[in-house]
Design a protein around this ligand. Structure first.
Ligand SMILES: Cc1cc2nc3c(=O)[nH]c(=O)nc-3n(C[C@H](O)[C@H](O)[C@H](O)COP(=O)(O)OP(=O)(O)OC[C@H]3O[C@@H](n4cnc5c(N)ncnc54)[C@H](O)[C@@H]3O)c2cc1C
Length: 382
């Protein structure tokens, strides 16, 4: 496209990560004409780095709209994945075979008991297990620990395969994904359409735009107050494991986890570093989550290192997702700030954004409006 050239109005999704792709697919399935603009590799900032854990209960310390959103998305996962397999033949290895959250010492058990007290009424399947009971579910927990919470309905997915399947489904529906397009500015035209300008000066006209640019979203110039999303670097690694010694996702304090994948690797993570828009992997970073694992599952540290990497989680001002229309620019929607849970939240985000763009009511998304930062009202928070 040449400078100043304009194209027939359609819905443009800025960013081809898990959130942009899930949103584009939900829109395409409803018959909309949609196009994704992606500056580099789809999902290259965060999606490819993710451990793929689908674990709502470990991600918040209270009931409320955020937990409801995550649980709703988890409930959508089986159909979301079977739809992708049907359309593409590609499986993202969904495994909903349970998550354990370990208390290493007796003094840590009080925290698990507090969680059990508010979580059990929401999901009666959550159980507090003794160490031998937890070891029966996860034999790799050969070290010393006190107890564990058991979430039998949660699990994980292979994030790089998930986005591959999404891209396959989009391609089968002939949804164009333009790579090498860095969107720099969005404006509203007097006619009511939106103009999307890229760094090369090309202008695309759109009927609606969904901003799904992950940790780089704030760099795009938009009308009205900016949407503040900052990057949080996560260092993470994988080891090669023998046989099926590792079976379930395990969380351990202060913020470590391991995730056994079907390809024979075990993913272990992760750091949380606010160091700007750059990634890094350091021995000190890896030690942060490997050292507390040694007493709980010592064998894991003896396996061959397969790969280390890092990615940038997109975090909003209150660390909650930002979903919805921008009052200062009708037709412009935000799908961002998914922080630690973008893989989990992709199915529900796609459906919510497709509802919003279509003009349908989305009561579930009220607490996540981008307007909460400009004009906070108490009932929008919990
Ligand atoms: C180490 C680590 C572990 C994680 N583990 C989990 C987990 O276990 N479970 C979970 O649910 N989540 C996890 N996450 C979080 C999850 O990866 C993110 O929340 C999610 O990937 C965000 O998706 P996104 O599409 O918003 O962003 P991204 O995947 O970053 O995609 C944004 C896309 O927008 C493109 N883009 C940016 N700017 C522009 C522009 N100006 N123009 C055009 N394109 C642009 C980028 O190139 C990128 O492809 C983890 C993240 C990290 C880093």
């Amino acid at each position: 496209m040449t400078q100043g050239q304009s194209r027939q109005a359609e819905i443009l999704v800025v960013g081809g990560g898990i959130i942009g792709c899930a949103t584009a697919l939900a829109l395409a399935r409803r018959g909309h004409t949609v196009r994704i603009l992606e500056r580099a590799e789809p999902g290259g900032l965060a999606t490819h780095a993710a451990a793929g854990i689908l674990g709502p209960m470990n991600e918040t310390d209270r009931p409320g709209p955020f937990l409801d959103l995550m649980r709703q998305s988890l409930a959508l996962y089986p159909d979301f994945v079977s739809g992708l397999i049907e359309e593409t033949g590609l499986s993202p290895d969904l495994a909903l075979d349970g998550i354990l959250a370990v208390a290493p010492r007796a003094s840590d058990r009080a925290l698990l008991e507090r969680r059990l007290a508010w979580q059990r009424p929401i999901d009666p399947s959550v159980t507090l297990l003794s160490a031998p009971e937890a070891r029966a579910l996860e034999p790799s927990l050969t070290g010393d620990f006190d107890s564990a919470l058991w979430y039998p309905k949660e699990g994980h997915v292979f994030a790089p395969r998930l986005i591959k399947a999404l891209l396959g489904a989009l391609s089968r529906r002939s949804v164009p994904l333009e790579q090498g397009v860095t969107v720099s500015r969005i404006e509203r035209n007097p006619s009511g359409t939106l103009s999307v300008t890229d760094q090369a000066g090309n202008v695309r006209e759109a009927q609606a735009v969904v901003l799904a640019a992950g940790a780089a979203l704030s760099a795009i110039d938009i009308p009205g107050p900016p949407v503040r999303i900052h990057p949080v670097n996560g260092q993470i690694l994988a080891v090669r494991s023998p046989g099926s010694f590792y079976r379930r996702v395990v969380f351990y304090p202060p913020h470590g986890y391991f995730v056994p994948k079907k390809d024979g690797t075990v993913v272990i993570g992760a750091t949380e570093e606010r160091i700007g828009a750059r990634t890094r992997v350091t021995p000190a970073g890896l030690l942060e989550f490997l050292a507390p694992l040694a007493p709980i599952a010592p064998e894991i540290l003896g396996h061959p290192l397969h790969h280390t990497w890092s990615g940038l989680r997109p975090c909003s001002e209150d660390a909650l997702p930002v979903l919805g229309p921008l009052a200062a620019c009708p037709g412009l929607f935000v799908a961002g700030g998914h922080y630690r849970n973008g893989i989990l939240l992709a199915p529900v985000t796609g459906e919510i954004l497709a509802d919003m763009v279509t003009g349908l009511a989305t009561p579930m998304a009220r607490a996540f409006s981008p307007e909460r930062f400009g004009r906070p009202s108490p009932e929008q928070f919990f």
